[in-house]
Design a protein around this ligand. Structure first.
Ligand SMILES: Cc1cc2nc3c(=O)[nH]c(=O)nc-3n(C[C@H](O)[C@H](O)[C@H](O)COP(=O)(O)O)c2cc1C
Length: 178
């Protein structure tokens, strides 16, 4: 994933609306409500038929989804905190409850309902997941502040080169660090 300004923009989940989706047994979306579409930045037609990892955020550790799927395969309810990726590269945090949908006693689909998360908890979960991600994949999240002067220089350079500022940031990061 590229570094962009947008990735630091959080969308707040409304208190009084439910984000609902259902998937088939492989995790492909079969239903998305309007709130899910709105909060993820897609429309419902774009979501239905896609694997649910369409909203997977790169900050999420793999082990969380492994545990989710193991819980679902045991036909139990999985509950946990999830940072999701919006279509525009931004993010939103939810507390999710994922469980089976049964027809005549047989598991036919999965469903998920999500709830808003308090700010302090989001911060705690971000740290928890950063630590997990670092242990599991050796990847660390880095947030960098630029001085206003350097930001102006960057904007000018981008304009001179006729590229987006985000493109330039990615070029600088890959040129100097790797
Ligand atoms: C009903 C249901 C809802 C899910 N909701 C999400 C979700 O909101 N965000 C997410 O990243 N993964 C969600 N998943 C898990 C994804 O299917 C997938 O396992 C995860 O995004 C990790 O992607 P990967 O398997 O490609 O690594 C959900 C799965 C099910 C069955």
């Amino acid at each position: 994933m590229q570094t962009t300004y947008q990735m630091f923009i959080e969308t707040k989940v409304p208190e009084n609306e439910l984000i609902v989706s259902r998937t088939d047994l492989s995790g492909k979306i079969t239903y998305a409500n309007e709130t899910f579409a709105y909060i993820s930045g897609y429309n419902t037609q774009e979501l239905v038929g896609q694997p649910h990892n369409i909203v997977r955020h790169p900050d999420m550790p793999r082990s969380i989804f492994k545990e989710m799927w193991e819980t679902l395969r045991r036909e139990q309810i999985w509950r946990g905190y999830v940072k999701n990726l919006r279509k525009d590269g931004g993010y939103y945090w939810v507390y999710a409850e994922v469980s089976g949908v049964y027809k005549d006693g047989a598991l036919v689909e999965y469903k998920s309902m999500r709830f808003p998360v308090d700010k302090p908890l989001k911060e705690t979960m971000q740290q928890t997941y950063d630590t997990l991600k670092s242990k599991e994949e050796g990847l660390a999240r880095a947030v960098v502040y630029l001085s206003n002067t350097n930001l102006e220089k960057l904007k000018k350079l981008a304009k001179d080169e006729g590229v987006l500022e985000d493109t330039l940031i990615n070029r600088i990061l890959s040129d100097t660090l790797f």
